[in-house]
Ligand binder design. Structure first.
Ligand SMILES: Cc1cc2nc3c(=O)[nH]c(=O)nc-3n(C[C@H](O)[C@H](O)[C@H](O)COP(=O)(O)OP(=O)(O)OC[C@H]3O[C@@H](n4cnc5c(N)ncnc54)[C@H](O)[C@@H]3O)c2cc1C
Length: 522
C-alpha cells in the first residue's frame, strides 16, 4: 500500500480545471489535506473563459493570493465600451466600462486568458505541501461509505489502479461529470441549447480593432465580439441551421467571418472551437459526502461571462463550510446550505445569460422586420441587457439571516473600501477582517455576553470598529451606516446587520444557522 492509499485525506477533488484547482488551494490554505486528480497532464487549451469578477479575486485575496491572481488580469482600458449593436455595428444601447475599484475592492470585471490562469492555479496546487496532485490519473468511481468516501483512480500511464480515502469528495469534473452521472443526478434544463463557433485571434502590431464588447444582433447571424486581454480578441458566431462544426472551423470560413471586422494579415488565428451552449443546473448538488462544484453543477451560455465565476463562488462557499464541519465545530447539516445558497444564485445568473441570448434574438427580429417592412415582434423586457438595470443576485437562503421583514438586506457582498489605519498606511478593509468571520462595528464595540464570547472564540471571529479608520477609496458598506454592526462571513457575504444592543441575539442566530455543535448556543 502506498503512503497516499494509507492516508485519510480531508478532501478529494476530481478534476483540476479552474474550479478544482481553486478548491484545492482554498481548502489547503485552511489547513485541510487534499488529494486531487485530473486525467489530463496539461490544462485545457481551447477557447473558454475570458471574464473574471472582482469577487473572485477578493476570494483569493482572503488566502493571500489576490495580488498574484490580479497580475494575470487586464482591467478596463480607457474608453472601453460594452453593449448591444445592430448588424452594421451601430449601438442599440451600452455603456463605458468603469475603470477603478468596484465594491469588492478590485476592478469589477477583468479580462484574462483561461489557460494562463488554469496553469497558475495548478502551479499553486503543486507548490502547496498539503495538496497531493495527481495528474494523468482518471477517477473511475467514488463510493460513499457513510463516514468516508473511497475514490477509485487509475494512473493512465501505467494502468495502475488505486483506492484513496477522503472525508469528503468535491466533483469538479466538468460539464460531462462522470461522478454526477454515476450518482444518478439529472440536469434541470433552463431552456437553451445552441451551437456556436468561438474564434480567438492574436492581434499583430498596428491592428486597430475597437475596445468594445458587443452583442451583435444581426438577423443573418447572431454574434459576440469581445476585446479580451491584449493581444487577443474573441468572437462567437451562432451556427445557422444545417451548418456543421467542421465547415465553420475551416480556415477560409473563419477568415471570411472576420472580414467585416478586421483585414486579413493583421491577425493570427489562435484557436477555434464549436460548443453547444447549454443552460442547466444539477437537480442535487450534494449526495452524502460527495459535493458537485463548477460545470458539473451548472452550465450557462457565456453571454454574461459567469460560468467559471459561478464555479469559483461554489468553492469560496465550501472553503469555509467544510473546514468547520471537518473540525467538528459545525454539524454536517451546514453543508446542506451549500445547495440552498448556490443553486438559486447560479440559476439567477444562468437565467440572466439566457435572457441576453433571447434579447439578441429579439433585436435581430426587430431589424429583420425593419428591413422587409414586416411586423415587429412583441416588445420585450430589456433589463437583462448590459447596464439596463439587472444586477448581481444576493444569496437568499442557507446560512444567511432573513431580515427582509426588517427591510434589511443580507446575503450581499460586504463592501471592501481602501482604508487608512494611520496617516501613512492604506490597506484594503478585508486585510483587517482576517480570513474567517468578522463583526464590523461603526463606532463602539458591543459588550458581549459569556455565551456570545464562547461562540466568537470557537469561530475565531475578528471584531473591528471602523471608528479608528479613515476612508481612502471606495465606500463604507451601507448597512454599517444604517446599523451599528454587521456580521460578515468568511466569503464576505453579509450574514446579518443590527444595532449594538442586538449583538448577543445575532451571534446566537449565527451559531444556529451554522449548526454549531455546542450546547450553550441554543
Ligand atoms: C466559449 C466559452 C466562453 C466562456 N467564457 C467565460 C467567461 O468569460 N467567464 C466565466 O466565468 N466562464 C466562462 N466560460 C465557462 C468556463 O470556461 C467554465 O465554466 C469553466 O472552465 C469550468 O471549470 P471547471 O473547473 O468546473 O470544469 P473544467 O474546466 O471543464 O475542468 C474539468 C476537469 O475535470 C477533469 N476530469 C473530468 N473527468 C475526470 C475524471 N473522471 N478523472 C479525472 N479528471 C477528470 C478534466 O480533465 C478537466 O480538467 C466560458 C465557456 C466557454 C465554452
Amino acid at each position: 500500500m502506498t503512503e497516499e492509499q494509507a492516508t485519510l485525506f480531508d478532501i478529494a477533488i476530481v478534476g483540476l480545471g479552474p474550479v478544482g484547482s481553486g478548491a484545492a488551494v482554498q481548502l489547503a490554505r485552511t489547513g485541510l489535506s487534499v488529494v486531487c486528480f485530473d486525467r489530463d497532464t496539461e490544462v485545457y487549451l481551447l477557447p473558454r473563459a475570458v471574464n473574471m469578477d472582482g469577487e473572485i479575486i477578493r476570494g483569493f485575496q482572503r488566502i493571500g493570493l489576490g495580488e498574484e491572481l490580479n497580475s494575470l488580469m487586464q482591467g478596463p482600458r480607457p474608453n472601453e465600451w460594452v453593449g448591444f449593436v445592430k448588424s452594421d455595428q451601430s449601438p442599440i444601447f451600452g455603456r463605458e466600462t468603469k475603470p477603478g475599484k468596484g465594491v469588492n475592492g478590485w476592478q469589477s470585471q477583468s479580462f484574462f486568458d483561461q489557460p494562463e490562469v488554469d496553469g497558475w492555479l495548478r502551479g499553486q496546487c503543486i507548490r502547496e505541501s498539503l495538496i497531493t496532485t495527481l495528474t494523468g490519473w482518471e477517477v473511475t468511481g467514488v463510493v460513499d461509505n457513510g463516514d468516508q468516501v473511497e475514490v477509485q483512480a487509475t494512473d493512465l500511464e501505467t494502468d495502475d489502479h488505486q483506492c484513496f480515502q477522503a472525508r469528503y469528495v468535491i466533483a469538479c469534473d466538468g460539464a460531462s461529470s462522470q461522478i454526477r452521472r454515476g450518482l444518478g443526478i439529472e440536469w434541470q434544463s433552463l431552456g437553451y441549447d445552441q451551437d456556436w463557433l468561438v474564434i480567438d485571434i492574436t492581434l499583430k502590431p498596428g491592428n486597430t480593432l475597437g475596445l468594445r464588447t458587443a452583442q451583435v444582433c444581426d438577423p443573418d447571424r447572431l454574434a459576440t465580439y469581445v476585446c479580451t486581454k491584449d493581444p487577443y480578441r474573441r468572437w462567437e458566431f451562432r451556427l445557422n441551421p444545417g451548418e456543421t462544426a467542421e465547415e465553420m472551423m475551416a480556415e477560409e470560413r473563419v477568415h471570411s467571418l472576420l472580414d467585416p471586422w478586421t483585414p486579413r494579415g493583421t491577425y493570427d488565428i489562435r484557436r477555434t472551437a464549436v460548443y453547444t451552449f447549454h443552460a442547466a443546473t444539477a437537480a442535487s448538488w450534494r449526495q452524502g459526502r460527495i459535493l458537485l462544484a463548477g460545470d458539473s453543477a451548472h452550465q450557462t451560455p457565456p453571454f454574461l461571462g459567469q460560468g467559471m465565476n459561478t464555479g469559483m463562488r461554489d468553492i469560496l462557499n465550501l472553503a469555509w463550510k467544510l473546514p468547520l464541519v471537518i473540525a467538528g465545530k459545525a454539524d454536517d447539516r451546514l453543508l446542506d446550505s451549500y445547495q440552498a445558497e448556490r443553486d438559486a444564485h447560479a440559476r439567477d445568473l444562468v437565467d440572466w445569460a439566457v435572457s441576453i441570448g433571447r434579447l439578441m434574438e429579439y433585436f435581430a427580429e426587430v431589424e429583420q422586420a425593419e428591413n422587409v417592412g414586416g411586423t415587429p415582434p412583441e416588445p420585450m423586457d430589456q433589463s437583462s441587457g448590459y447596464g439596463q438595470g439587472r444586477s448581481m443576485p444576493p444569496l437568499r437562503n442557507g446560512a444567511i439571516l432573513d431580515q427582509s421583514a426588517l427591510e434589511r438586506k443580507t446575503g450581499y457582498l460586504f463592501a471592501q473600501p481602501d482604508v487608512k489605519t494611520s496617516e501613512y498606511v492604506v490597506t484594503q478593509l478585508d486585510e483587517l477582517l482576517g480570513s474567517g468571520f468578522a463583526i464590523v462595528c461603526r463606532d463602539q464595540l458591543p459588550a458581549f455576553s459569556t455565551a456570545s464570547k464562547n461562540i466568537l472564540k470557537k469561530l475565531d471571529v475578528r471584531i473591528l470598529s471602523t471608528g479608528d479608520l479613515t476612508l481612502a477609496e471606495g465606500q463604507w458598506d451601507k448597512s454599517l451606516h444604517q446599523q451599528g454592526l454587521v456580521i460578515v462571513r468568511p466569503d464576505r457575504y453579509v450574514f446579518a446587520s443590527g444595532e449594538l444592543d442586538q449583538a448577543d441575539e445575532l451571534v446566537a442566530l449565527l451559531a444556529q444557522h451554522l449548526y454549531l455543535t455546542w450546547g450553550e448556543t441554543s
